[in-house]
Structure formats: structure tokens, C-alpha cells
Design a protein around this ligand. Sequence first.
Ligand code: PEP
Ligand code: MN
Length: 270
Amino acid sequence: KRASREFHPERTVVSVPTAGGTVEIGGEGPLVCMAGPCSVESEAMILETAHRVKAAGARILRGGAYKPRTSPYDFQGHGESALELLAAARTATGLAIVTEVMDTSDLEAIAEVADIVQVGARNMQNYSLLKKVGQQPKPVLLKRAFSATIDEWLLAAEYILAAGNPNVILCERGIRTFDRQYTRNTLDLAAVPVLRSITHLPVIVDPSHGTGLSQFVESCSKAAVAIGADGLMIEVHPDPARALSDGPQCLTPDEFDAAMANLAPIALAV
Ligand code: PEP
Ligand code: MN
């Protein structure tokens, strides 16, 4: 299999060119943080968030334009106009952009703005989408589905690799287990060293969706870094109480700044 270490013994390094220099994810490179709101809500909020996460040390701005919401009555994202706001934030800050594609018909427009195209947990086994993101040149962030085994996840990555795109980043974002009382999902941190032993692809951790609660994001980020994650994806919102999606798990910019400072010594030690 193309994702295996037998096929490719050296770890893959995904290079993302940005105005502020190339960001490398994987290999021996430094920890890379992707941060930003769950959804792009307005020009003011995305620009403010972008400037704040950049100042705190993030290299990549996240933000959804097309949102895979569990309920059809919840905010679905601003779509195309949100892509324009992400492009503006990219120009203003030099941050790279990661944003989700849900439908093959939006891929071209998304890949024009995104430096990394995200495939969300709900689409991890959308094989026609995987083939299409595999046929375009931007790196792909592949989130783990709620109930996917590690082998199912790697086979999903295999679709992208087999279609011709070697730049796949795996993202552990919590899985569905029997207990949802205290956390939204169960963050499977053991998946990180397991994946590092069987695949050359970079592995990042999303403790925001992994726990669902902002109060646990910093501690799980520290654990993710200590256990060998190549990067983190963290939701940050200027006013989480008013967020249109995932407010309870968003850090404020101040909280994110403090978390990044507290993560630095752990990242240096591993
Ligand atoms: C997201 O990152 O905004 C998201 C919807 O995550 P997931 O696909 O992991 O639920
Ligand atoms: Mn979210």
C-alpha cells in the first residue's frame, strides 16, 4: 500500500508555500498549528482571528465556508462569500488556509483559495470526493470518521494517494464511544504513535472536536504534542459565546495565546 512505511520508508513532509515562507508538516519539522473559527462568520471576525492566531504562532488559518452540520436547520456556512473572506485573510496575514470541501462541485473554487483542502470526518469514506481531491494538486487534510478503524482511515488516504496526490495529512479528531456525557468524542491519542509506526504520512490532532469543550483543549494539545503529533488543529473564536457553530469548544484568542506558550516547551522536548 502506498500509505505504508514499507512502500515509503521516509516520513512524508508536506510543504505548504506561504507568503511568510514554506510551512513543513511531518518529518522532523517543528510542530505546526492550524487555528481559527469553526465557521467563517464575517470579514471582521475572520480578520481579527487571523491576526490573533498568527501573533500566537499559528502558521495556518482554519475556517469553514461549507459546513457539514448534523442538523439541516443549523448554520450551513456562508459558502462562496466565505471563500472570498478567507482569501482576504490570507492576503492580510500571509497565513496559509485550510478549509473543508463537502461536494466535488465546489472543489475547484475551494482549491483556488485553500492551501490545504480538508475532507471532514463525515466524508472520510466519500470515495468519489476522495478520488477528486486526489486528482488536484493541493495537499489534503483527511479527518478520521467517527467510527473508522485505523485501517479504514488509511484506506481512505490510499484513495487520494492512488489518484496521484502524495500530500495527505491525517487528522485524529475523536471517535464515537459509549460515553458522551463529559466529552463530545473520545480523542484517540494512541492512534498517533500507531500511525507513526505504520505510515509515513504526517499526523495531526484536533482536540477541539476531539473533546468538544474548550476547557480540555490545552491539556489534550499538550498530550498530543508529547505523544508525537506533527501538528494541531484548534478552533479559536473572538467571542465563543456568540459563535454560529461549535462555540463551546472554541478558545478565545487570549486562551489560544496562553496555550501556545505552554505548548512550546513540550514541543521542544520531543
Ligand atoms: C471541522 O473541522 O470544522 C469539522 C467539521 O470537523 P469534523 O469533520 O472533524 O467533524
Ligand atoms: Mn467545528
